[in-house]
Design a binder for this molecule. Structure first.
Ligand code: P6P
Length: 334
């Protein structure tokens, strides 16, 4: 399949990175290096996830993170691996992680970095020990502060529409990196025998609509009654809808991206602000959804128009095929 950049399936991620970044005359190579380091960290995490049970990597560390969640050994490994891969080559000005209370800012000698990296290093970790699919999610912004100078929270807490790239790595039956730099959404499958990602899903596009919904109905009693009625209407015999929920955001999103569907994580009594984090879950997936022709809202506002007031701020999330997201948003905005 020919892409706008003349990429055939089987193109390596490295070639895709090189050629799409070379298209920008002002490219300093930092962005290419950043994406290559993401690829390296993803391959290391993939290897460890696939051997978790053998490498003593199952179970918890006994620690609790800023989210009040028990840290799984693989959470810690993924966080450390992505941070080590990104802190040294002088390409980032700031790094925010779901696992850390505060951002990482490189030491003075590394302040030439032009990019801000926000990540959930391993999402879905409650599924690790049961061998369910998990994933890394990331958003990339260009820094606002002066290159060479110190970065600050102003570089990180900003509207999602300022993102310049976003992606996720899904560690499932295979390892796939799905990436957008604003021009289309492309999926790369890791060939572990070669240690390289190859283009396998060029130019992923969401159809306008679909007939699959993805939500944890265990909380239905605490949803907005209008949402409860909408979901119930999909169960009518004439409705011919299906329900799919893995309970791992990256897996649910990836299935909907490839096969169509709407993912819903509304406000619940347990999470009145919603459960999913704006900066490193909702933002990157919303960027990907829109780049694939879909949509993402918090039930009222476009996700990419939000601006978090805290690193770990949460939001309700309705994301997937545009007609379905628009329908649910209209329902809740009434
Ligand atoms: P619930 C996993 O813990 C996670 O953060 C997301 O990956 C997933 O979509 C969500 O929580 C599942 O939450 O409340 O349905 O178990």
């Amino acid at each position: 399949m020919q892409l706008g950049h003349h990429f055939e399936e089987g193109t390596t991620l490295d070639r895709f990175i090189f050629e799409t970044t070379q298209a920008h005359p002002e490219a300093t190579g930092q962005f290419a290096t950043l994406l290559q380091q993401v690829s390296l960290a993803a391959r290391m995490v993939s290897s460890r996830v696939n051997r978790a049970g053998l490498a003593g990597m199952l179970g918890g560390t006994g620690e609790m993170n800023v989210q009040g969640e028990f840290v799984q050994k693989l959470d810690e490994y993924a966080n450390d691996t992505f941070k080590k891969a990104l802190e040294h080559p002088g390409v980032i000005a700031a790094l925010a992680s779901e696992e850390d209370a505060k951002p990482f800012y490189p030491p003075e000698r590394f302040r030439s970095g032009r990019y801000v990296f926000c990540m959930d290093p391993l999402d879905g970790s409650s599924n690790i020990d049961v061998n369910a699919t998990i994933g890394t999610i990331f958003a990339i912004f260009r820094r606002k502060s002066e290159i060479g100078g110190p970065a600050s929270m102003d570089d990180i807490l900003r509207p999602g529409k300022e993102m310049i790239a976003a992606g996720y790595v899904i560690y499932g039956s295979g390892t796939i990196m799905v990436l957008t730099t604003g021009r289309g959404v492309h999926g790369f499958t890791l060939d572990p025998t070669v240690g390289e990602f190859f283009l396998s899903h060029p130019d992923i596009k969401l159809k306008p609509t679909a007939r699959t919904y993805s939500v944890n109905e265990g909380y239905a009693a605490t949803w907005d009654p209008r949402l409860r009625a909408w979901v119930e209407s999909k169960k009518e015999p004439s409705a011919t809808w299906s329900a799919r929920y893995i309970g791992s955001l990256v897996a649910d999103f990836h299935r909907n991206l490839l096969k169509g569907g709407i993912f819903l994580y509304p406000a619940t009594k347990k999470n009145p602000e919603g459960k999913l984090r704006i900066l490193y879950e909702a933002f990157p997936l919303a960027f990907l959804a829109e780049a694939a022709g879909g949509a993402a809202t918090d039930g009222k506002n476009r996700i990419l128009d939000l601006c978090p007031d805290d690193l770990h701020a949460r939001t309700p999330l309705f994301i997937g095929n545009k007609e379905l997201v628009d329908e649910v948003t209209a329902l809740l905005a009434e």
